[in-house]
Design a protein around this ligand. Structure first.
Ligand code: MD3
Ligand code: FE
Length: 262
Protein backbone atom coordinates (compact mmCIF):
# COMPACT_ATOMS: atom_id res chain seq x y z
CA UNK A 1 0.00 0.00 0.00
CA UNK A 2 1.80 3.15 -1.15
CA UNK A 3 0.90 6.77 -0.65
CA UNK A 4 3.08 7.93 -3.53
CA UNK A 5 2.24 11.27 -5.06
CA UNK A 6 -0.40 12.36 -2.60
CA UNK A 7 2.02 14.12 -0.31
CA UNK A 8 5.57 14.44 -1.53
CA UNK A 9 7.38 14.08 1.80
CA UNK A 10 5.64 10.76 2.48
CA UNK A 11 7.29 9.36 -0.65
CA UNK A 12 6.71 5.68 -1.34
CA UNK A 13 6.62 4.47 2.22
CA UNK A 14 4.05 1.81 2.98
CA UNK A 15 1.04 2.26 5.19
CA UNK A 16 2.70 0.87 8.32
CA UNK A 17 5.70 3.20 8.32
CA UNK A 18 3.35 6.03 7.40
CA UNK A 19 1.15 5.14 10.35
CA UNK A 20 4.02 4.93 12.87
CA UNK A 21 5.45 8.27 11.74
CA UNK A 22 2.01 9.81 12.20
CA UNK A 23 1.73 8.22 15.65
CA UNK A 24 5.14 9.64 16.61
CA UNK A 25 4.18 13.11 15.37
CA UNK A 26 0.91 13.00 17.29
CA UNK A 27 2.66 11.93 20.51
CA UNK A 28 5.03 14.88 20.33
CA UNK A 29 2.24 17.37 19.73
CA UNK A 30 -0.34 18.57 22.21
CA UNK A 31 -2.89 16.23 20.59
CA UNK A 32 -3.27 13.11 22.64
CA UNK A 33 -2.93 10.04 20.38
CA UNK A 34 -5.58 7.35 20.49
CA UNK A 35 -4.57 4.58 22.87
CA UNK A 36 -2.87 1.77 21.01
CA UNK A 37 -5.29 -1.19 20.87
CA UNK A 38 -3.86 -4.10 22.81
CA UNK A 39 -3.87 -6.36 19.75
CA UNK A 40 -1.58 -3.89 17.96
CA UNK A 41 0.74 -3.71 21.00
CA UNK A 42 1.03 -7.49 20.97
CA UNK A 43 1.66 -7.53 17.23
CA UNK A 44 4.32 -4.82 17.59
CA UNK A 45 6.09 -6.67 20.42
CA UNK A 46 6.34 -9.68 18.12
CA UNK A 47 7.52 -7.42 15.28
CA UNK A 48 4.55 -8.58 13.20
CA UNK A 49 2.80 -6.28 10.78
CA UNK A 50 -0.93 -6.81 11.09
CA UNK A 51 -1.39 -7.29 7.37
CA UNK A 52 1.17 -10.11 7.45
CA UNK A 53 -0.52 -11.64 10.44
CA UNK A 54 -3.94 -11.40 8.80
CA UNK A 55 -2.73 -13.35 5.81
CA UNK A 56 -1.37 -16.06 8.09
CA UNK A 57 -4.26 -16.45 10.49
CA UNK A 58 -5.97 -19.80 10.07
CA UNK A 59 -9.52 -19.36 8.83
CA UNK A 60 -10.96 -20.87 12.03
CA UNK A 61 -9.50 -17.92 13.98
CA UNK A 62 -10.90 -15.27 11.64
CA UNK A 63 -14.40 -16.72 11.93
CA UNK A 64 -15.72 -15.38 15.19
CA UNK A 65 -19.51 -15.63 15.10
CA UNK A 66 -21.38 -18.14 17.21
CA UNK A 67 -23.14 -21.03 15.45
CA UNK A 68 -26.91 -20.55 15.80
CA UNK A 69 -29.26 -23.50 15.99
CA UNK A 70 -32.34 -22.30 14.10
CA UNK A 71 -34.35 -25.47 14.60
CA UNK A 72 -33.47 -29.01 15.70
CA UNK A 73 -30.24 -29.85 13.84
CA UNK A 74 -30.31 -26.80 11.55
CA UNK A 75 -27.23 -24.68 12.16
CA UNK A 76 -26.43 -21.25 10.77
CA UNK A 77 -22.74 -20.32 10.63
CA UNK A 78 -23.06 -16.67 9.60
CA UNK A 79 -20.09 -15.53 7.54
CA UNK A 80 -18.26 -18.84 7.91
CA UNK A 81 -17.14 -18.84 4.25
CA UNK A 82 -15.78 -15.28 4.33
CA UNK A 83 -12.14 -16.37 3.99
CA UNK A 84 -12.73 -18.47 0.88
CA UNK A 85 -12.58 -17.25 -2.73
CA UNK A 86 -15.55 -19.28 -3.90
CA UNK A 87 -16.49 -17.26 -7.00
CA UNK A 88 -13.21 -18.08 -8.68
CA UNK A 89 -13.78 -21.82 -8.23
CA UNK A 90 -17.43 -21.52 -9.29
CA UNK A 91 -16.31 -19.91 -12.54
CA UNK A 92 -13.67 -22.60 -13.03
CA UNK A 93 -16.24 -25.40 -12.62
CA UNK A 94 -18.68 -23.63 -14.93
CA UNK A 95 -15.94 -23.39 -17.55
CA UNK A 96 -15.99 -27.21 -17.85
CA UNK A 97 -19.62 -27.99 -16.99
CA UNK A 98 -21.74 -24.99 -17.90
CA UNK A 99 -24.79 -23.70 -16.04
CA UNK A 100 -28.06 -24.97 -17.49
CA UNK A 101 -31.76 -24.73 -16.71
CA UNK A 102 -33.10 -28.21 -16.06
CA UNK A 103 -36.69 -29.26 -16.65
CA UNK A 104 -38.60 -30.80 -13.75
CA UNK A 105 -40.81 -33.90 -14.10
CA UNK A 106 -43.92 -31.70 -14.43
CA UNK A 107 -42.33 -30.28 -17.60
CA UNK A 108 -41.46 -26.79 -16.34
CA UNK A 109 -38.04 -25.21 -16.83
CA UNK A 110 -36.40 -24.31 -13.51
CA UNK A 111 -35.71 -20.60 -13.02
CA UNK A 112 -32.49 -21.57 -11.23
CA UNK A 113 -29.53 -22.53 -13.42
CA UNK A 114 -27.25 -25.27 -12.12
CA UNK A 115 -24.11 -27.27 -12.55
CA UNK A 116 -22.19 -29.72 -10.36
CA UNK A 117 -18.75 -30.81 -9.26
CA UNK A 118 -17.52 -33.89 -7.43
CA UNK A 119 -18.15 -37.60 -8.04
CA UNK A 120 -21.90 -37.22 -8.45
CA UNK A 121 -24.09 -34.44 -9.78
CA UNK A 122 -27.80 -33.83 -9.29
CA UNK A 123 -29.77 -33.45 -12.49
CA UNK A 124 -33.41 -33.26 -13.41
CA UNK A 125 -35.31 -33.95 -16.60
CA UNK A 126 -38.92 -34.54 -17.58
CA UNK A 127 -38.41 -38.20 -16.62
CA UNK A 128 -37.18 -37.57 -13.05
CA UNK A 129 -34.33 -36.59 -10.73
CA UNK A 130 -31.03 -38.44 -10.37
CA UNK A 131 -27.47 -38.25 -9.13
CA UNK A 132 -25.24 -39.05 -12.12
CA UNK A 133 -21.44 -39.54 -12.26
CA UNK A 134 -21.27 -37.62 -15.55
CA UNK A 135 -22.72 -34.50 -17.12
CA UNK A 136 -25.57 -35.58 -19.41
CA UNK A 137 -24.83 -32.60 -21.72
CA UNK A 138 -21.27 -33.79 -22.52
CA UNK A 139 -21.13 -37.39 -21.16
CA UNK A 140 -17.94 -36.26 -19.35
CA UNK A 141 -17.29 -36.75 -15.63
CA UNK A 142 -18.26 -33.69 -13.58
CA UNK A 143 -15.30 -31.42 -12.73
CA UNK A 144 -13.48 -32.47 -9.54
CA UNK A 145 -14.64 -30.78 -6.36
CA UNK A 146 -12.22 -27.87 -5.77
CA UNK A 147 -10.10 -28.46 -2.65
CA UNK A 148 -11.37 -25.27 -0.98
CA UNK A 149 -14.98 -26.38 -1.46
CA UNK A 150 -14.32 -29.71 0.20
CA UNK A 151 -12.36 -28.12 3.05
CA UNK A 152 -15.08 -25.55 3.71
CA UNK A 153 -17.88 -28.14 3.77
CA UNK A 154 -15.96 -30.53 6.04
CA UNK A 155 -14.94 -27.72 8.45
CA UNK A 156 -18.50 -26.41 8.66
CA UNK A 157 -19.98 -29.84 9.37
CA UNK A 158 -17.28 -30.57 11.95
CA UNK A 159 -17.93 -27.24 13.70
CA UNK A 160 -21.52 -28.21 14.51
CA UNK A 161 -21.00 -31.85 15.40
CA UNK A 162 -20.65 -33.84 12.17
CA UNK A 163 -16.97 -34.91 12.18
CA UNK A 164 -17.33 -37.61 9.52
CA UNK A 165 -19.00 -35.68 6.70
CA UNK A 166 -17.55 -36.79 3.35
CA UNK A 167 -19.23 -34.84 0.55
CA UNK A 168 -19.12 -36.56 -2.84
CA UNK A 169 -21.42 -34.10 -4.58
CA UNK A 170 -21.65 -30.32 -4.86
CA UNK A 171 -24.61 -28.81 -6.64
CA UNK A 172 -24.05 -25.20 -7.69
CA UNK A 173 -27.27 -23.24 -8.11
CA UNK A 174 -27.30 -19.83 -9.77
CA UNK A 175 -30.14 -17.38 -9.11
CA UNK A 176 -30.78 -14.33 -11.26
CA UNK A 177 -33.44 -11.65 -10.73
CA UNK A 178 -36.83 -13.34 -10.39
CA UNK A 179 -35.39 -16.83 -9.86
CA UNK A 180 -36.44 -18.88 -6.84
CA UNK A 181 -37.03 -22.44 -5.73
CA UNK A 182 -40.40 -23.68 -4.53
CA UNK A 183 -40.89 -25.63 -1.30
CA UNK A 184 -39.48 -29.15 -1.62
CA UNK A 185 -37.69 -31.91 0.28
CA UNK A 186 -34.27 -33.32 -0.60
CA UNK A 187 -34.74 -37.09 -0.55
CA UNK A 188 -32.74 -38.38 -3.53
CA UNK A 189 -29.63 -39.10 -1.44
CA UNK A 190 -28.84 -42.66 -0.50
CA UNK A 191 -27.86 -42.03 3.12
CA UNK A 192 -30.31 -39.66 4.80
CA UNK A 193 -28.33 -39.83 8.06
CA UNK A 194 -25.56 -37.65 6.54
CA UNK A 195 -26.03 -33.88 6.82
CA UNK A 196 -26.20 -31.35 3.98
CA UNK A 197 -24.02 -28.24 3.98
CA UNK A 198 -25.16 -25.20 2.00
CA UNK A 199 -23.20 -22.03 1.29
CA UNK A 200 -24.61 -18.72 0.03
CA UNK A 201 -22.35 -16.82 -2.33
CA UNK A 202 -22.32 -13.26 -3.70
CA UNK A 203 -25.86 -12.02 -2.98
CA UNK A 204 -28.55 -12.39 -0.33
CA UNK A 205 -31.80 -14.30 -0.58
CA UNK A 206 -34.76 -15.12 1.63
CA UNK A 207 -34.70 -18.77 2.54
CA UNK A 208 -37.89 -20.59 3.51
CA UNK A 209 -37.81 -23.17 6.29
CA UNK A 210 -40.96 -25.21 6.76
CA UNK A 211 -41.71 -28.41 8.64
CA UNK A 212 -41.69 -32.12 7.93
CA UNK A 213 -45.09 -31.82 6.21
CA UNK A 214 -45.79 -29.49 3.31
CA UNK A 215 -48.75 -27.84 5.08
CA UNK A 216 -46.77 -26.76 8.15
CA UNK A 217 -46.06 -23.04 8.56
CA UNK A 218 -42.99 -21.61 6.87
CA UNK A 219 -40.45 -19.23 8.40
CA UNK A 220 -38.17 -17.00 6.34
CA UNK A 221 -34.59 -16.17 7.06
CA UNK A 222 -32.37 -13.89 5.02
CA UNK A 223 -29.11 -15.55 4.03
CA UNK A 224 -26.16 -13.40 3.04
CA UNK A 225 -22.95 -13.88 1.10
CA UNK A 226 -20.67 -16.37 2.93
CA UNK A 227 -23.36 -17.71 5.27
CA UNK A 228 -23.17 -21.46 5.76
CA UNK A 229 -25.98 -23.73 6.93
CA UNK A 230 -25.73 -27.32 8.08
CA UNK A 231 -28.88 -29.46 8.01
CA UNK A 232 -29.05 -32.93 9.42
CA UNK A 233 -30.66 -35.33 11.82
CA UNK A 234 -34.19 -34.32 12.74
CA UNK A 235 -34.33 -31.63 10.01
CA UNK A 236 -32.90 -33.60 7.13
CA UNK A 237 -36.31 -34.04 5.50
CA UNK A 238 -37.87 -30.65 6.13
CA UNK A 239 -39.52 -28.66 3.37
CA UNK A 240 -37.47 -25.67 2.26
CA UNK A 241 -37.16 -23.25 -0.64
CA UNK A 242 -35.85 -19.89 -1.80
CA UNK A 243 -38.04 -16.83 -2.40
CA UNK A 244 -37.60 -15.32 -5.87
CA UNK A 245 -34.85 -12.71 -6.03
CA UNK A 246 -36.26 -9.19 -6.53
CA UNK A 247 -36.91 -8.38 -10.20
CA UNK A 248 -34.61 -5.35 -10.05
CA UNK A 249 -31.65 -7.17 -8.52
CA UNK A 250 -28.61 -7.33 -10.74
CA UNK A 251 -26.23 -9.38 -8.55
CA UNK A 252 -26.36 -13.13 -9.09
CA UNK A 253 -26.75 -15.39 -6.08
CA UNK A 254 -24.97 -18.72 -6.03
CA UNK A 255 -25.59 -21.53 -3.61
CA UNK A 256 -23.35 -24.52 -3.07
CA UNK A 257 -25.06 -27.63 -1.71
CA UNK A 258 -22.69 -30.33 -0.45
CA UNK A 259 -24.06 -33.80 -0.06
CA UNK A 260 -23.08 -37.35 0.61
CA UNK A 261 -25.21 -38.58 -2.26
CA UNK A 262 -23.74 -41.98 -3.14
C1 MD3 B 1 -32.89 -28.41 4.30
N1 MD3 B 1 -31.04 -25.30 -2.69
O1 MD3 B 1 -30.75 -27.37 -4.34
S1 MD3 B 1 -29.58 -25.42 -0.15
C2 MD3 B 1 -31.54 -27.52 -3.41
O2 MD3 B 1 -30.31 -21.97 -1.94
C3 MD3 B 1 -31.79 -26.38 -2.50
O3 MD3 B 1 -30.09 -23.15 -3.72
C4 MD3 B 1 -31.20 -24.14 -1.92
O4 MD3 B 1 -32.61 -26.47 -1.65
C5 MD3 B 1 -30.48 -23.01 -2.57
O5 MD3 B 1 -32.14 -28.58 -3.17
C6 MD3 B 1 -30.75 -24.24 -0.53
C7 MD3 B 1 -30.19 -25.67 1.46
C8 MD3 B 1 -30.76 -26.96 1.78
C9 MD3 B 1 -30.40 -28.05 1.08
C10 MD3 B 1 -30.89 -29.27 1.46
C11 MD3 B 1 -31.71 -29.40 2.54
C12 MD3 B 1 -31.59 -27.06 2.83
C13 MD3 B 1 -32.07 -28.29 3.23
C14 MD3 B 1 -32.19 -30.64 2.97
C15 MD3 B 1 -32.97 -30.75 4.04
C16 MD3 B 1 -33.35 -29.64 4.72
FE1 FE C 1 -33.28 -28.53 -1.46
Amino acid sequence: MAFAGRNSHHGNRDFWSFRSSMTARLSSSRLRPLPQPQCLQILASHRIKPKTLFENVPHQMLFSSVPLQLAPDIWLLAGFAAGYDLLESIHAVAGSAGFRHCVVPGGKRMSVAMTNCGQLGWVSSSSGYAYLPYDPLTQLAWPAMPAIFKKLAIEAAKTVGWPNFKPDSCLINRYEAGAGMGLHQDRDERDLSAPIVSVSVNASAKFMIGGLRRDEPVKSIELHDSDVMVWGGRSRLIFHGVRPLPKNQSALRYNLTFRQAG
